[in-house]
Design a protein around this ligand. Structure first.
Ligand code: A3P
Length: 349
């Protein structure tokens, strides 16, 4: 099987349009949405926008999003560990307000996606003032780093100043991302439609035609930013967080990056391990709110009901081994090698 070439990100910096410009859907390349072949995803600035309304959320952010210095933006490619990262960071930054061992901790009764707002969805509803109001300020995005106007996020002149927000990005092996995304998509597909096959999902993913994709350009954008602005962009690996012998160090690093280093007293009472336990797959997936709860997400004309349980499937490293053919693995590894060899991110097997 020939290695497909993923769609290329066309620019390193977002092209923004002004309020007076009108974006015409017919002017943009389009492909079928994974959940519904009759609906379109749109290619804008080199990345696939899931829906027309989310594209407008992105446009609103490009024009009006001005993060504050204390803002923390969690970023991820879908199915890379967003739910976990939200839980961890929410717990770390809120520990003065909500003790991690408290019986009233919000994570015990709310899904992490309720606690950390989704920036581009918020922007679709608040286009002229798209910065969610939360205290402490903590949001999440699936938008690529390249799609943000850099003068508002980070620029060479602002790297050492306090003017730019902090970003935490979570990265995951693309083979597990594909498998997780395929399962999630099937759960979202309406009953009267035929769910996408794994073969077709693989085909689209490896061409870069996936929600918020191409996956490889998404990762590369945040990785490069983490190298250029190490005090502003933290790049974490899902696989490192899963390792029992390194997770404590990574959570400590995460807290220090957020300016919330654990005190000696917290260290002595095992705070880090308690936070890890609270945010673990085992703990969160067995809470009533995550077993039985659901949320309504409106995108363009459709409303999807997402069961919270859909965010918790297996939570393992290497589940791709039970799903992907040898041929699929070779193609994905080849693309990953080509795209990531310069960053040292290609050795995930
Ligand atoms: P799997 O489908 O491989 O199980 P996202 O949160 O970005 O949507 O990613 C979902 C993936 O993260 C799913 O992977 C899910 O099971 C896993 N996940 C959710 N919560 C987790 C947690 N607390 N720890 C580890 N993995 C978690």
């Amino acid at each position: 099987m020939a290695t497909p070439t993923p769609t290329q990100s066309s620019s390193t910096e977002a092209k923004t349009i002004s309020d007076d410009d009108i974006l015409i859907a017919d002017d943009l390349p389009r492909e079928k949405r994974w959940v519904d072949d009759n609906q379109a995803m749109y290619l804008y600035n080199g990345f696939w926008q899931l829906t027309w309304s989310l594209l407008h959320g992105l446009l609103a952010l490009q024009q009006h999003f001005k993060p504050h210095p204390n803002d923390v933006l969690l970023a991820s490619y879908p199915k890379s560990g967003t739910t976990w990262l939200k839980a961890l960071v929410f717990t770390i930054v809120n520990r003065p307000k909500y003790p991690y061992n408290g019986i009233n901790h919000p994570l015990l009764t709310s899904n992490p996606h309720h606690l950390v707002p989704h920036l581009e969805m918020y922007a679709t509803e608040n286009p002229t003032n798209p910065r969610p109001i939360t205290e402490p300020p903590l949001f999440h995005t699936h938008i690529s780093y390249q799609s943000f106007p850099h003068q508002h996020i980070h620029s060479s002149s602002s790297s050492s100043s306090s003017s730019s927000c902090r970003i935490v990005y979570v990265f995951r092996d693309p083979k597990d991302v594909l498998v997780s995304l395929w399962h999630f998509t099937r759960k979202l597909t309406a009953k009267h439609l035929t769910p996408i096959s794994l073969q077709e999902a693989f085909h689209r993913f490896s061409r870069g035609v996936s929600p918020y994709g191409p996956y490889w350009d998404h990762v590369a954008g945040y990785y490069k930013a983490s190298v250029q602005f190490p005090d502003k962009v933290l790049f974490l690996r899902y696989e490192d967080l899963k390792k029992t012998d390194s997770v404590v160090d990574h959570v400590k690093k995460l807290a220090a990056f957020l300016g919330q280093t654990f005190s000696e007293e917290e260290d002595n009472e095992g705070a880090v391990q308690k936070i890890i336990d609270l945010c673990s797959f085992q703990k969160l997936s067995n809470l009533e709110v995550n077993k039985d709860g659901s949320q309504h997400v409106t995108m363009s004309a459709e409303t999807y009901v997402i069961k919270h349980s859909a965010y918790f499937r297996r939570g393992e490293v290497g589940d791709w081994k039970t799903h992907l053919t040898q041929e699929m693995v070779e193609v994905l590894d080849q693309i990953t090698h080509e795209k990531f060899k310069e960053f040292g991110l290609d050795g995930l097997n």
